[in-house]
Design a protein around this ligand. Structure first.
Ligand SMILES: [Zn+2]
Length: 397
């Protein structure tokens, strides 16, 4: 067992848990000044002020932080597309010169560029690039990262990408990887729509379940992607197999897919740029987390998701990078926190919860991650400054 003592502040997040991440006030971060934390390799044993450290722990080997460093839970990036091959830097340059995302997609670019490169890539190549990316996230304070497939759009490549995530779990035990099957990311151009849906339902999903290659199944419901009915069919099949569900919901148009997420008790509904008032009310009443991705709105120059309306209605809100090759090439989660403060008008406890407790809840990990209390995982970071707000005050560091 080990201890850190005289931490400037230890952010336990206890009040956030008690309020299930809803209607948060800045004090809900539950920061303990001049704090001490006792832990072993796996779990936290005790948290409190250094003064109150129980006698039985006083002989432990302790690191003295001189009240210069704050301690927070390891950050959780709850929405990434980490595994893919190729680069779309040229497309980005074209888009910046005036071409629209849709124009590029119509010319066979966009997601198809990535699908072709990912299908052609060897497993080792995909693994090496994903490993490098995971380590970049780690350097930004991320200790748990969700990784989606979705750039294969065929059985073999989707399975190959999920196996890359399984290999990352082995290669980087200092991080927690949550694997999400997103076969329904787009419609492939080399297979009939109905054929591909059948392949997902009857071949890939059962194979994913059997080999335990994913914890969650996600679907992109939108115009030009999957319909509400198709999405519901895929997610109900995934649920029957025992997988959790998520939806890329109400991003480009409103399809009332956030309401579907609430109805299906999905872990989260993500994006929500075009969510309706009914959708907001449905999420606020549900246990489904509203996951917002401000980096994508920034990158695509879109209007940000209505974070304040969701928060004020009582929704539990997570924030993630949405790291992907087309619409947000960033693994810098603190930068997303900065955007959340500046453009989504979230307060410090809302921002803290969005990358700790609420993000954990959106991955089904809220019993063990996202808070610093006895029984929770020994998963925390010692910040190089004495309070948490520095983390998103520094833009893009
Ligand atoms: Zn996404």
């Amino acid at each position: 067992m080990k201890a850190f003592i005289h931490a400037a502040k230890i952010y336990t997040g206890e009040a956030i848990i008690n309020k299930e991440g809803r209607m948060l006030k800045p004090a809900d971060v539950s920061a303990i000044a001049d704090g001490a934390i006792v832990f072993d390799e796996k779990k936290i044993h005790w948290v409190g002020t250094t003064k109150e450290l129980p006698k039985k722990f006083q002989k432990l080997k302790a690191t003295h932080l001189k009240n210069k460093n704050a301690i927070i839970p390891g950050l959780i990036d709850s929405h990434t597309h980490l595994v893919f091959a190729g680069s779309r830097a040229q497309e980005f340059a074209r888009r910046c010169a005036g071409a629209t995302y849709q124009e590029i997609a119509n010319e066979g670019g966009g997601i198809l560029t990535t699908v072709n490169a990912t299908r052609a890539a060897k497993f080792e190549e995909l693994f090496e690039s994903a490993l490098k990316r995971a380590l970049i996230a780690y350097r930004h304070g991320v200790r748990t990262i969700e990784c989606k497939s979705g750039y294969g759009l065929d059985h073999e490549t989707e399975i190959k990408c999920l196996k890359v995530v399984a290999a990352l779990k082995q290669a980087l035990p200092q991080m927690t990887f949550i694997s999400t099957y997103l076969g329904a990311h787009a419609i492939p151009i080399d297979q009939k729509r109905s054929q591909y849906i059948d392949e997902m339902l009857h071949k890939t999903l059962p194979a994913v379940k059997k080999a335990r290659l994913a914890d969650i199944c996600d679907v992109f419901i939108d115009e030009g992607y999957y319909s509400l009915a198709e999405g519901e069919r895929i997610l109900r099949t995934a649920k029957k197999l025992g997988l959790h569900t998520k939806i890329h919901a109400d991003e480009l148009t409103n399809s009332e897919s956030a309401r579907l997420a609430a109805k299906l008790h999905s872990l989260s509904a993500d994006h929500l740029l075009k969510i309706s008032e009914k959708g907001i009310a449905a999420l606020a009443k549900s246990d489904t987390v509203a996951t917002l991705l401000p980096g994508t709105a920034f990158y695509l120059k879109e209007k940000y998701a209505p974070a304040r309306a969701l928060l004020d209605a009582g929704a539990c809100v997570a924030v993630a990078t949405d790291f992907n090759p087309g619409s947000c090439y960033s693994l810098n989660l603190p930068l997303m926190m900065n955007l959340s403060a500046l453009y989504m008008h979230m307060n410090s406890a809302e921002i803290f919860a969005s990358v700790t407790y609420s993000a954990a809840k959106s991955l089904g990990l809220q019993e063990t991650k996202g808070a610093l209390l006895p029984g929770y995982d020994s998963d925390f970071i010692v910040l190089p400054y004495d309070h948490f707000e520095e983390m998103y005050y520094r833009m893009g560091w």
